[in-house]
Structures are given as structure tokens and as C-alpha cells.
Design a protein around this ligand. Structure first.
Ligand SMILES: [Zn+2]
Ligand SMILES: [Zn+2]
Length: 136
């Protein structure tokens, strides 16, 4: 039994070639659109449809395997859920970067104004380091 099957089984998700191919598409890192996941998954399971990819992504999301990133309003991106980080979208080169931020009191207590926080994502927009250099 390989590692991916193990991860799915731990979440009580039935292991199928389709699900494995979607998981493998992430290859441990990166932010992918559903279409990119589909293109990659299709190389392993040619019969997979985009609809199937969407429903697998939805299933993985509910089971905390991946998170959906909506930093780009035109399309959702997905990534494997690993560690807490936020995202920065460069308005110039359109790159999406992972950013770490020191944990503030709100997040330490997992509460804000009496509401308890279960999940959060920070989206930042601006000009990335590389593009700032190019501008000089
Ligand atoms: Zn940039
Ligand atoms: Zn990320």
C-alpha cells in the first residue's frame, strides 16, 4: 500500500485510480486550477472527466486534504493542506506566492470578537519582490 492510499484511507475515502491520480497531480506542492489537475490526472487515468475531477476536489476539500484558494477571483486554485500559510498575488506577474506571517493573538486564541475561528486564509495583493526589482 503506498503513501497516497494510506492518506485517503485514514480519511475514510475509498481509494480509486481516479482519486489517486487527482492526489498525485499535486505532487506535494503548488497551486493548481481544476483544469491543471484534470490535465495531469488524465495522463494517469485517460478516462477521467473534468466533472469527476471537480467532485474529487470537493471531496478532498471536505476531508481537509486540500484547500481551495480564491485569491484570484477568476478561478479557484487548490493545494494540499500542509501547514498554515497565506497567499500573495502579484498584480504585475500574476504569480501566487506562499507567505508566512507571525501568529497574532487572534489566531493564537482562535477567536475574534467572541466568534471561534475554525479556518482562515489571508489574501494579499500587491507587487512581488522580483517585480519591484525590475521596476528599479
Ligand atoms: Zn511579480
Ligand atoms: Zn500555498
Amino acid at each position: 500500500m503506498n503513501e497516497t492510499s494510506q492518506i485517503l484511507r485514514e480519511k475514510n475515502i475509498k481509494v480509486t485510480p481516479q482519486r489517486l491520480s487527482v492526489y498525485m497531480a499535486f505532487n506535494g506542492k503548488g497551486h493548481l486550477s481544476a483544469d491543471e489537475v484534470y490535465q495531469k490526472a488524465r495522463k494517469k487515468v485517460p478516462a477521467i472527466s473534468l466533472g469527476t475531477v471537480y467532485s474529487i476536489l470537493e471531496n478532498f476539500k471536505i476531508n481537509d486534504i486540500i484547500s481551495e484558494i480564491k485569491i484570484d477571483f477568476d478561478k479557484s486554485l487548490y493545494e494540499l493542506k500542509e501547514g498554515i500559510h497565506h497567499h500573495f498575488l502579484c498584480r504585475k506577474c500574476k504569480k501566487i506566492l506562499d507567505v508566512e506571517m507571525p501568529v497574532c493573538n487572534v489566531l493564537k486564541n482562535c477567536a475574534v470578537e467572541g466568534h471561534s475561528i475554525e479556518d482562515f486564509q489571508g489574501y494579499f495583493y500587491g507587487i512581488c519582490r522580483d517585480c519591484q526589482k525590475d521596476a528599479k
